[in-house]
Design a protein around this ligand. Sequence first.
Ligand code: GDP
Length: 490
Amino acid sequence: TNDSIKEVKNYDDKFMDGLLASGFDESTCLSRYQSHLYRKVSPYKPSPYLISKLRNYEQIHKKCGPNTIAYNTTMAKIIIPSSSETDDHHHYNDNVSDATLCKYVVWSPANGLGNRMISIAATFLYAVLTERVLLVRFEPDMHGLFCEPFQDSTWILPMDSPFWNNENIETYQSVLGKEDNARNLTLDQLSLPSVLFIDLQFRPEDPERFFHCDHNQEALNKVDVLIIQSDQYFVPSLFMIPSFSVDLNKMFPEKDAVFHHVGRYLFHPSNDAWGQITRFYDAYLAKADERIGLQVRVFNPASIPQQAVVNLLLSCAIENKILPGIDTQNPASNAKNTNHTLKAVLVASLYPEYAENLRTMYLKGPTVTGEVIGIYQPSHEEEQKFNDNVHNIKALVDMYLLSLCDVLVTTSVSTFGYVAHGFGGLKPWLLYRLTSDETHSPACVRDYSPEPCYHFGPQHQCNGKPEQHFGTSFPHIFECKDFDRGVKLV
Ligand code: GDP
């Protein structure tokens, strides 16, 4: 019957086609099972294999997460050298890689919330592939943003863990450096410590990490605790690793929806954030015929006049028929307007001026199409703030609301924008990134995938040979449209 078809559909929507496990207490995290009421039906479906990998991961997390016997036993066996003995290896406990014990990957933050979310997603995928348990170093600035993603457990690194800092923990780079050619960690020659710190953040000198190489992954597999610090979406490099790619290809038959699924699986806004999202949506976006998201990230506002940004934004929106222009010939033409299409424009920006500018413009005269335009902005924080969870919640609210739009214009190279289009499964229009008082044509280009760009991918093959660019060396990996040094999944 129609009713039972409807029920099945509601069930599918609520659990995102099986991506989400059932059985969570709904009241502690309303967004988890309510988000489908606000989102369009996703064009992407999670594969049965991805779902089974997630269910399997949840079992591991439940068994090995904080406060379990397995966690306590594993941690008790791990020895962290004291500062006087960091250079020898005699303290490493060779027996810890016992099959009955657990292995962990600890995510460590760097940069803004967009950077953090894309790197958490990458680290989680790495955890799933390597059967490690993901734990996150969430300092107070990350408190109150997200619900716990794993049932009957926590993903927050326990307060009493020695892994809140990297003191006395050997680095991956230094272990790599000990090898003659600094490429391969070799299993037998090297006694790896039981805890290793891996810095995957971009550095100007950009040492090659060879993290995308099978050899090194095989060796890292022996390390009990990996601490990964990254602000990057390093997922494309995981697709380059032969021992992972078979699994990854089965998990993600649609390569451009990796963040879409992983992000929706992991990041559920807290009740506080969800309240802000839904109240804003219900008040300003719900009744619109079309929702347009504009993300205006100005990286160096001092050197770029506001008008240059507004001009760029408008030429992108009008040339691509995302927004209509103003009818200056017939200022009274709206009197008997028959087209009452309402377009709600959500502006996300640190600054209020861009939205104000657009609002003023659309009040000046009727639009050429007769469409009615409303301009709304949830917050304007003026500057990026650090160590401030209330500020970070506003950032999450903005990213989430953008992801609920039908059409997105985002700023090139901004990871804040990446989260929005990845979540939404939308191919955004990428605004050219201005650096001075200039114009640029075209003002924006359409992206070919909702995936985030991996800005600083590897630059060497696993044999040490320099590689100009990995875009097109692997199926489904292409050069990013907004950052030519970067690669992304398509
Ligand atoms: P990226 O620097 O654009 O790659 O994005 P990140 O999210 O990593 O860092 C930018 C940070 O600045 C955000 O996390 C916010 O703290 C703040 N920010 C930038 N743009 C906005 C915005 O449009 N809205 C809000 N609420 N915060 C923003």
